[in-house]
Structure formats: structure tokens, C-alpha cells
Design a protein around this ligand. Structure first.
Ligand code: HEM
Length: 150
């Protein structure tokens, strides 16, 4: 199913999609890094309270709206006539990677609530490893949408 009236707006929707992607990715790269720093301070340390504020604002003011906007404009692109060729394999790998990215976002949101309760989810090493997940997914997605290799 496609919507003909979206066709003239194609380039504008794509631009808004990419602007939202950049804002979302900035948060996905930075929040795990904040968690690594947060792991290094004791719950009673005054810096822990500062990290909680930074984490809450980053997630609620930037990452959540940016993820919603990325999905909204991405789905509008899917509904634009002639944009997605469903027979192409690259599209399915992009979509699977985007679902994984959204799952990662959800996992970060659960961890934020745990840090808020002065828990320490995972280990510092665990966060350092997870920190690489959005980078790998972003590389896969960009290679798929730009090179369309299969
Ligand atoms: C959240 C769900 C998403 C959906 C439903 C979606 C869907 C789409 C669609 C349908 C297009 C148009 C493809 C074309 O014109 O050939 C597109 C373009 C693009 N998307 Fe997404 N996308 C999503 C998330 C992402 C993410 C997370 C990234 C990067 C990390 C991304 C990067 C891009 C890029 C770079 C383009 C431009 C490709 C070109 O120049 O044609 N998208 N997206």
C-alpha cells in the first residue's frame, strides 16, 4: 500500500528522516558512555545525582522524540510510491538492524531506571562492549541503504 500524495514530498520526508536519525544516533552513542562514567561513582557520591539528571534529559528530551521521528518519517517513506523495492534483500537487513537498534534503545531506557534506583546494571566492561552495538548497526544500515549490495 502506498499513498500518492506523499510523492511530491519525498525529498523533504527523506531529509527529515536523516535529521532525526542523526539526533537519535548521537544519543545512542552517548548514553552508554554516560553509563560507563556512572558505573565509576558510588551511589552516595554527589556526581551520581548529576549523571541521573544528564541521563534522564538525554533520553527523554532528545532520544525518545528522535526515535519516534525516525520511525514516523521512515514509515512515511515506505508509504511513498516507488521508494521501497520489497524484493531487494538489503531492505530486509536494514529493517532487521533498525529493529535491533530500537531494542537497544529500549534496553538503555530500562537501564536508566535501574541507575535512577541506585542499582548498577551490568558491569563497566559489559557497557564498554554494548557501547559498540549502535556503531556496528549504523555501519550495516548505511551500507545497505547506500550500496544496496543485494
Ligand atoms: C526506524 C525505522 C526506519 C525506517 C522505517 C526507515 C525507512 C527508510 C526508507 C523507506 C528510506 C528510503 C529509501 C530510499 O529512498 O531508497 C530510508 C532512507 C534512509 N535511511 Fe532509513 N529507516 C529507518 C531507520 C533508519 C536508521 C536507524 C538509519 C541510520 C542509522 C537510517 C538511514 C537511512 C539513510 C542514510 C537513508 C537514505 C538513503 C538514500 O539516500 O536513498 N534509517 N529509510
Amino acid at each position: 500500500m502506498t499513498l500518492d500524495f506523499l510523492a511530491p514530498a519525498y525529498v523533504w520526508i527523506k531529509a527529515l528522516h536523516l535529521i532525526s536519525v542523526i539526533a537519535w544516533m548521537a544519543g545512542l552513542f552517548y548514553l552508554p558512555r554516560l553509563y560507563i562514567y556512572h558505573m565509576q561513582v558510588a551511589p552516595e557520591d554527589v556526581r551520581s545525582a548529576t549523571f541521573k539528571v544528564m541521563e534522564r534529559r538525554l533520553l527523554k528530551a532528545i532520544m525518545n522524540p528522535a526515535m519516534i521521528a525516525t520511525w514516523t518519517f521512515g514509515l512515511l517513506l515506505i508509504l511513498t510510491p516507488g521508494v521501497v523495492d520489497w524484493t531487494a534483500g538489503w531492505w530486509h537487513l536494514k529493517f532487521a538492524s533498525v529493529l535491533a537498534m530500537s531494542w537497544f534503545h529500549h534496553d538503555l531506557a530500562l537501564a536508566r531506571k535501574a541507575f535512577e534506583r541506585d542499582e548498577r546494571p551490568r558491569t563497566e566492561r559489559g557497557w564498554r562492549m554494548l557501547n559498540e552495538v549502535p556503531t556496528v548497526l549504523m555501519i550495516i544500515i548505511v551500507l545497505m541503504v547506500i550500496a544496496k549490495p543485494f
